[in-house]
Design a binder for this molecule. Structure first.
Ligand SMILES: *[C@@H]1O[C@H](CO)[C@@H](O)[C@H](O)[C@H]1NC(C)=O
Ligand SMILES: *[C@@H]1O[C@H](CO)[C@@H](O)[C@H](O)[C@H]1NC(C)=O
Ligand SMILES: *[C@@H]1O[C@H](CO)[C@@H](O)[C@H](O)[C@H]1NC(C)=O
Ligand SMILES: *[C@@H]1O[C@H](CO)[C@@H](O)[C@H](O)[C@H]1NC(C)=O
Ligand SMILES: *[C@@H]1O[C@H](CO)[C@@H](O)[C@H](O)[C@H]1NC(C)=O
Length: 392
């Protein structure tokens, strides 16, 4: 009975034809045959993405390279990366006694929040994992249009890959029209958890790589992020989001935004677009209410805060403590339910925070690193292309 239910959910949904392609022109594309530094810039920071994630983002060819025409974003253990000041691997000793001064090592640091630019081994706060986050900030942004991405997500336990957009301009220079995150919005085309075996305890449904989500984040403040009113997932039982390439489209107009995976509609906000005759849409302030301190004047257009330029971000985060990767009470790797296999459960808790969480994670590396090693190149997020189309 359970199986039957799962099968139905996995294949639910109808192919949705995106109309009016003839009215759209390609305005920007990257075929990812090489890392084009006129389009993308690396983030360099140990900040943790605002979610207490465990990686330091650096600009290193071991973590970001093109192969077979696809850009690869691959996490590594920092100890195996080359320290550019010594030309030797960082090694584990660096994690215990070194100083990760990102501006000194890589020439710049892009986010100073949460001690993002300098970490010290003596304080045990050097992230044990190196990874990549690249963005088009300052180089490309667009307002309304269709974004199409063909990519596959990384495989191996406890990664959190994403292809998404944030407002144009620099949040920390207060260049975002409606204020800092999430007041000016965030659009997530695809994100997933990279585990092959992760499943929800209650339903038995996949919580890992067989499931991908699309989400809008927006709200009047951090505690009032109303993403839970604008997200949806898609399951693919025939070929998961890591073993196969999939096509993701975001169709963003003045009247609504819709997300597609492999031609199937995943999410539509509002459900009835604002220009349809039976629309009851009164904007995001209305959708998000009640608010602690309403600001009805703030988002004063149909789509606000999604009425301004946004730029792309692609990254492979590892770990994190904001709940995106659920604790063991909610979801577990299937094998960890068996006696003697408890060590395959998640090695940290979301209440830990970045420093404790990443130390627990790294101490238990023998329990998960093999899942990275066995995937070979599939440990990397692989991006075939990103394209943006706009109306005439
Ligand atoms: C490291 O290698 C680079 C290029 O091979 C070289 O330019 C640099 O001088 C070396 N630095 C050290 C500290 O050996
Ligand atoms: C967004 O892109 C436009 C060009 O389409 C450019 O004029 C503008 O400066 C960009 N905005 C930011 C904040 O980078
Ligand atoms: C599953 O993924 C494959 C490979 O990308 C795709 O061709 C297929 O349409 C997807 N199926 C569903 C039901 O989403
Ligand atoms: C609403 O706007 C969308 C996007 O611009 C368009 O494709 C659609 O045809 C419009 N619907 C109506 C009823 O005008
Ligand atoms: C909308 O609000 C912004 C500030 O949030 C303001 O700059 C703009 O003039 C307002 N537009 C209208 C049409 O009221």
């Amino acid at each position: 009975m359970m199986r039957l239910l799962v099968v139905c959910v996995l294949f639910a949904g109808a192919l949705a034809e995106l109309k009016d392609w003839d009215q759209y022109n390609l305005v920007w594309e990257d075929n990812m045959d090489f890392l084009d530094r006129t389009k993308w810039v690396h983030e360099v920071t140990a900040w943790g993405g605002g979610n207490d994630e465990f990686q330091v983002y650096i600009d290193d060819e071991d973590n970001c390279y093109s192969r077979d025409g696809n850009l690869h974003l691959k996490p590594t253990l920092l100890r195996d990366n080359i320290n550019p000041l010594t030309n030797r691997s960082y090694g584990d000793e660096f994690l215990r006694s070194g100083e990760l001064n990102l501006a000194e090592l890589y020439g710049r640091c892009t986010n100073v929040e949460n001690n993002g630019c300098i970490r010290r081994g003596a304080l045990r706060d050097i992230p044990p994992v190196a990874s990549t986050r690249i963005r088009t900030m300052g180089l490309f942004n667009f307002t309304y249009g269709r974004a199409e991405v063909r990519a596959k997500m990384p495989l191996g336990d406890w990664m959190w890959p994403a292809i998404w957009l944030l407002p144009a301009g620099d949040e920390y220079l207060d260049e975002w029209k409606y204020g800092r995150w999430p007041r000016s919005g965030e659009m997530d085309i695809v994100e997933t958890t990279s585990n092959r075996e992760l499943e929800f305890r209650r339903t038995g449904l996949p919580a890992g790589i067989q499931r991908a989500g699309a989400t809008l984040h927006w709200g009047l403040g951090r505690p009032e992020n109303r993403w839970d009113r604008t997200y949806a997932h898609r399951y693919n039982g025939s070929c998961n989001f890591g073993d196969c390439f999939h096509t993701y489209v975001m169709d963003w107009t003045e009247y609504g935004v819709a997300f597609y995976m492999d031609g199937y509609e995943v999410l539509r906000v509002p459900q009835v677009f604002a220009n349809e005759s039976d629309s009851t849409w009164k904007g995001f302030h209305d959708l998000g209410g009640p608010w602690m301190n309403p600001e009805p004047e703030l988002w004063n257009s149909t789509m606000a805060p999604f009425d301004n330029g946004f730029h792309f971000i692609m990254n492979v985060a590892v770990g994190g403590c904001n709940g995106f990767i659920p604790d063991n009470e909610i979801a577990i790797n299937r094998q960890c339910n068996q006696p003697g296999r408890e060590h395959l459960c998640k090695p940290w808790d979301n209440k830990d925070g970045q420093v404790l969480g990443m130390n627990k994670f790294y101490e238990r590396r023998n329990d998960w690193y093999w899942t990275w090693a066995q995937e070979g190149e599939n440990r990397a997020m692989q991006v075939d292309y990103v394209r943006v189309y706009q109306r005439d």
